[in-house]
Ligand binder design. Structure first.
Ligand SMILES: [Zn+2]
Length: 195
């Protein structure tokens, strides 16, 4: 067999190709089954690989993005539309880290807080409304988020800038209006109306 291949490289290559074409479906199916079975290991491998090559991969990604910004914008938009919760949670973490949060818990966003506490603002009690936020075309044609006063936001009871942690324990739901008013102050206890 090996000698046959060595003596007839072209024909051997053609045989392999023809065998592949003839059994393409079942080969692809077998490969897929193997991928599914190996999924946890592959994910672990991908993570380790990413961590070991982070700088290089990020530079590569940046170069590709600069070469073809349009494709990247579209891909990001599609991802954002398909995964609003993931995007929301990741950007909350990103912002907390940028403001100097020492430790950043995964899975903290206004959505996870609302799932725990409900949709009422923990300061004024108003029912927050996600559809109070809209994408609006600005003059330059770019779409921007414009949020009204009852748009739900994540608020840190002890602000991150004052050493508060980005974690569920330190998180409450606040309407945008209260969040803006509160700013970087420690949250006052909720006012109870005398009615
Ligand atoms: Zn409020």
């Amino acid at each position: 067999m090996r000698r046959y291949r060595a003596q007839n490289p072209e024909r051997a290559a053609r045989n392999v190709r023809e065998a592949y074409e003839a059994n393409r479906e079942s080969i692809l199916e077998r490969q897929k089954a193997r991928r599914v079975a190996l999924k946890p290991e592959l994910a672990e491998y991908a993570r380790t690989y990413y961590e070991a090559n982070r700088e290089r991969l990020l530079a590569q990604e940046r170069a590709r993005r600069e070469a073809d910004p349009e494709t990247f914008r579209n891909r990001r938009r599609r991802y954002r539309e398909a995964n609003p919760e993931k995007v929301n949670e990741a950007s909350a973490r990103y912002r907390a880290r940028r403001r100097g949060a020492g430790s950043v818990e995964v899975g903290v966003s206004w959505r996870t807080v609302a799932a725990r506490d409900g949709m009422c603002c923990s300061y004024c009690g108003v029912l927050c409304n996600e559809s109070d936020g809209r994408r609006v075309a600005a003059r330059d044609g770019a779409l921007r988020w414009v949020c009204g006063p009852t748009y739900p936001t994540l608020d840190h009871v002890i602000p991150v800038s004052l050493g508060g942690r980005h974690c569920m324990e330190n998180a409450v739901l606040a309407c945008l209006s209260c969040n803006k008013r509160k700013g970087a102050r420690v949250a006052p206890p909720r006012e109870v109306s005398a009615a």
